[in-house]
Design a protein around this ligand. Sequence first.
Ligand code: GLN
Length: 305
Amino acid sequence: MNKLLETIIENNRVWTEKGKVATYIPELSKANPRHLGIAVYTVDNEEYFAGDYDVKFTMQSISKVVALMLALLDNGKEIVFSKVDMEPTADTFNSISSLETRTPNKPLNPMINSGAIVTSSLINGRNGDEVIEKFLKFTRKITNNPHIEINYDVYKSEKETGHRNRSLAYYMKSIGIIEGDVEEALDVYFKQCSIEVTCKDIARIGAMLANDGVLPWNGERVIPRQVARIVKTIMLTCGMYDASGEFAVKVGVPGKSGVGGGILASVPSRMGIGVFGPALDSKGNSIGGWKVLEEVSRELDLSIL
Ligand code: GLN
């Protein structure tokens, strides 16, 4: 298996030349665009990896998967989906336009920025610091990695340049979708996006979801089966922003990308996969990572449909 993954990485490295690293968050522009790596973690506790699987990157939008889990655990699905919808989007991930014009007047789904700022605001805690501590603790548990930390250079860079996210959040405060302190919700969002991981870490999150909410390595249930099902369904329909339909056709499994270059995939009952390649396509998805997942899915017959 490691040999197969190594071959797939080398087959697809050429794609990295066709993408560009994100520059709108200045700190992300320092990434090496040629990096490409993969890790697989099966529900039977086998682990495989190839390429640049141990290079650290920030979760960015992949953190939206964790925020959704925590918001559902703290509030239940009725409350969460009264504030954020569950419909795919044809707009960009940071789009503002449909927020005002659409009925019902709430973000389209929890995998785009507006929706994720809402789920972050729904995580219980006395203040933002307590929420992000809880977020980190949970992320360490579901990655089986006690060393997970925030990259404070990326956080600072996000906070300084996150005007669009700020405008989304303040608009949602004005219509009552965000109820608490907007700056605290934004701070949690910027920090969760700046959590640093490797392919191995996100493969384990995918494996937990593939295993219906039970950690494969110790049998501990961390989320109810129904929460795992909802999260995987939202990933399948909305996880790659306005390219989610194409990803479902070409890869065929629940996935979630981030502008740091990672993609988390979960193959129900089989495995979690983490890929990383910071060169992005025009929609903000890892160009090489996507191609690698396409080939892995073909080779291992992973499509769920
Ligand atoms: N932190 C990024 C932002 O809010 C996350 C976006 C992404 O990964 N698509 O713009």
